[in-house]
Design a protein around this ligand. Structure first.
Ligand SMILES: NC(=O)c1ccc[n+]([C@@H]2O[C@H](COP(=O)([O-])OP(=O)(O)OC[C@H]3O[C@@H](n4cnc5c(N)ncnc54)[C@H](O)[C@@H]3O)[C@@H](O)[C@H]2O)c1
Length: 386
């Protein structure tokens, strides 16, 4: 079995190392910060013990996972790894430096992968002489639990690298989808309106956070409402992803970040981890009561879901991924109750288009422009799946 190198022992690196070691690989983990390696060791032990308590694994498995993982004190220990997954700080200059270094250390045919959420794979690959072996392998947090992995070949990446990366990740029990090297790849692009449109509805005073969350969860069928989810992800993290996607799309108003979330982030109201975000998590905080008015909740869900559908259709229009992969990405990467294209079929494409056109007319903003593919499909009376 090939040896796997993991660069960066933070939340993502440690999760990916756990997956690879569970699949039986020898895994070498390196981090510039040795304290991070110590934290990872402790956390991993805790996680494995919890899995034993839950009866998911036994002592033997725990021990083999632990012995499969080796902690390196220098990057040159990656020399005989066939796949290296980088999960360090999200900074292009640092990643480029590290990839140039990895190329010198490793065998010519080793795959060099980045777990970046927002940087272009082409720009990272450009740091290597042989960029055909560089690829994006994007896991979701928490990596051991989330089934989905986006595989992102850069324009320089060879087909062989893409195929090999896909096979290895599939052998770890993950579901892979192929994404074009464009901002946000599939999930982080299509999911933007889940947060952005909910924030608009709040800012306009149409409904409060508890009402929007209630509607999206109980009427929309989403696992968590958008404000609960933003507090869970962290408003600092979620805001930066939105801003990065917005800038990367040349300031397309569709992805415009919200001042409300920016102020929360600036104030340090990062969400659950800070004890305060959209919600107050202190034990004596008053419980917010949602307005469960049926017409209002239908209006909220319809607006957010139609915006999500429009993103999914547009991603298909721009060939970011196949329709099957778009459905898999949103149901397995962010646990949406159903695929957005299937949802569009069920709602009726003409109804989705009408909602978007009404919003477009009302606000006069490019943010609400329907995807050309949606218009075309309505015109030709087509559906995505039937
Ligand atoms: N956290 C998420 O939800 C998530 C999800 C998907 C992808 N990602 C991406 O994964 C990567 C890592 O994210 P994270 O949340 O695990 O970050 P993190 O801050 O938890 O961990 C990053 C680790 O990298 C180490 N590091 C920094 N520079 C290094 C270098 N030059 N060499 C070796 N180690 C170095 C740090 O010491 C730290 O331990 C980022 O590119 C991020 O965009 C994050």
């Amino acid at each position: 079995m090939i040896k796997i190198g993991i660069l960066g022992a933070g939340s993502m690196g440690s999760g990916i190392a756990q997956i690879a070691a569970t699949a039986g690989h020898e895994v070498i983990v390196f981090d510039v910060n040795t304290a991070a390696l110590e934290v990872m060791k402790k956390k991993l032990l805790k996680i494995l013990n919890r899995l034993i308590e839950k009866g998911r694994i036994n002592e033997t498995t725990k021990n083999s996972i632990l012995t499969n993982i080796k902690y390196a004190d220098k990057i040159t220990d990656f020399a005989d790894c066939s796949l290296i997954i980088e999960a360090i700080v999200e900074n292009l200059e640092i990643k480029k430096k590290v990839f140039a270094q990895l190329e010198e250390i490793t065998a010519d045919d080793a795959i060099l992968a980045s777990n970046t959420s927002s940087l272009s794979i082409a720009s990272i690959a450009a740091a290597c002489q042989n960029s055909t072996r560089v690829i994006g392998i994007h896991f979701f947090n928490p990596a051991p639990l989330m089934k989905l992995v986006e595989i992102i070949p850069a324009i320089q990446t060879s087909e062989k690298t893409t195929e090999q990366a896909k096979e290895i990740i599939k052998s770890w029990g993950k579901l892979t989808v192929l994404a074009k090297d464009t901002p946000g790849f599939i999930v982080n692009r299509i999911a933007r309106p889940f947060y952005g449109e909910a924030l608009r509805i709040l800012e306009e005073g149409i409904a409060d956070i508890a009402t929007i969350d209630w509607a999206m969860k109980h009427v929309g069928g989403f696992r968590m409402g958008p404000f609960t989810l933003m507090d869970y992800i962290g408003n600092d993290v979620n805001y930066v992803v939105t801003e990065t996607v917005f800038k990367a799309f040349y300031y397309d108003p569709r992805y415009k970040p919200s001042f409300t979330q920016k102020r929360l982030s600036e104030a340090g109201y990062h969400g659950r981890k800070a004890g305060r975000g959209f919600y107050d998590y202190s034990p004596d905080a008053p419980k917010l009561v949602p307005n469960q008015d049926e017409a209002l909740s239908q209006k909220i869900v319809n607006r957010v879901v139609c915006m999500l559908i429009n993103e999914a259709v547009d991603a298909l229009f721009w060939q970011v991924a196949t329709k099957e992969d778009i459905e898999t990405a949103m149901t397995k990467g962010v646990n949406y109750p159903k695929g957005l294209l299937q949802w569009a079929d069920e709602k009726g494409l003409e109804n989705v288009l009408k909602t978007l056109e009404d919003l477009h007319f009302e606000y006069g903003e490019d943010r609400y422009r329907p995807s050309p593919l949606l218009r075309k499909m309505v015109r030709t009376e087509a559906n995505f799946f039937q």
